[in-house]
Ligand binder design. Structure first.
Ligand SMILES: [Zn+2]
Length: 292
């Protein structure tokens, strides 16, 4: 049996935030998940992040507070924590004097999100992301299924970008399971707005099939978990981030590591799609998918 861990990167609202919405699933054999899960934890240990959530977006960004500290990289980790926290307090103080409650609140959220990682330099944080992806890619039975939707090419229809991507992933996961004559289930990050709709949509797929195929090998509707406590959901978050950065910015450093785990059929990478509507696209994903 396989478990498909599902998470997203980017926002699905058209015209807001990112140019793409990416949904990505990592399929793991149930008899391997425990070892894989503990290997990922072990990989986080040299970065003093064991038991701490890996959140790609917050880890990969530049921290201006760290960059404002002379000789930051040469400090040891406890000293970096103290120095960054001092810089955070100073900035919060400055914002407080300005008195814009929205800005103060946003900064409070931001500083809380980066707090678990402030003992690491940016290059160490990226090294950590690369290390956990490298561990994941070492497992030959792991498979990646993903859909990246170009929001400017998306025409509003029966499904939102999230649902459109979900239908694609369910269809391809089903095809994979049928090919191997096994069962699978889906575990998703608990997203308060998406969860009820995904459950409803899954029920519909079970009774009517997706646009592409009947669903015989996926059991139940998705189970929802807390990403902070489930390391393979964090890996799906990281994979989705890597794919979005590749498509939006041409950054291939992270995607290169996991791309070999994308489901293939012959020479075509059938597990990952870049949706561009009727617009032709010759990007690396579309070429590998056989669209070009
Ligand atoms: Zn493309």
């Amino acid at each position: 049996m396989y478990i498909l861990y599902l998470d997203e990167s980017g926002v699905q609202e058209v015209g807001a935030g990112t140019s793409h919405f990416v949904l990505l699933g990592i399929a793991v054999r149930t008899d391997q998940w425990k070892t894989l899960d503990s290997e990922i934890e072990r990989t986080k240990r040299p970065f003093d992040l064991e038991g701490i959530e890996i959140h790609a977006g917050w880890m990969a960004r530049r921290y201006s507070e760290q960059e404002s500290i002379p000789g930051f990289d040469a400090l040891d980790r406890p000293a970096r924590r103290v120095a960054t926290q001092t810089a955070i307090n100073r900035r919060a103080g400055v914002l407080g004097v300005g008195g814009n409650p929205k800005k103060i609140k946003a900064y409070r959220v931001e500083s809380k999100k980066i707090r678990p990682y402030v003992h690491l330099t940016r290059s160490e944080r990226i090294d950590c992301l690369r290390a956990v992806l490298t561990e994941l890619s070492r497992w030959p039975d792991v498979r990646i299924f993903a859909d990246a939707i170009s929001k400017s090419d998306y025409a509003p229809g029966r499904y939102t970008p999230y649902e459109l991507a979900f239908e694609q992933i369910v269809s391809r996961f089903q095809a994979f399971l049928a090919k191997h004559g096994i069962l699978g289930l889906i575990v998703s990050d608990n997203n308060a707005t998406a969860a009820p709709r995904l459950t409803k949509l899954s029920r519909k797929f079970h009774s009517d099939g997706t646009l592409y195929r009947d669903i015989h090998n996926i059991v139940e509707t998705p189970f929802f978990v807390d990403s902070a406590l489930t390391s393979l959901i964090q890996m799906a978050d990281l994979g989705a981030y890597a794919l979005r950065r590749l498509i939006e910015n041409g950054e291939d450093a992270l995607w290169d590591i996991v791309e070999p785990r994308a489901e293939r059929f012959g020479n075509a990478s059938v597990g990952v799609r870049h949706y561009t509507g009727k617009r032709a696209c010759s990007c690396r994903i579309c070429t590998a998918h056989g669209r070009q």
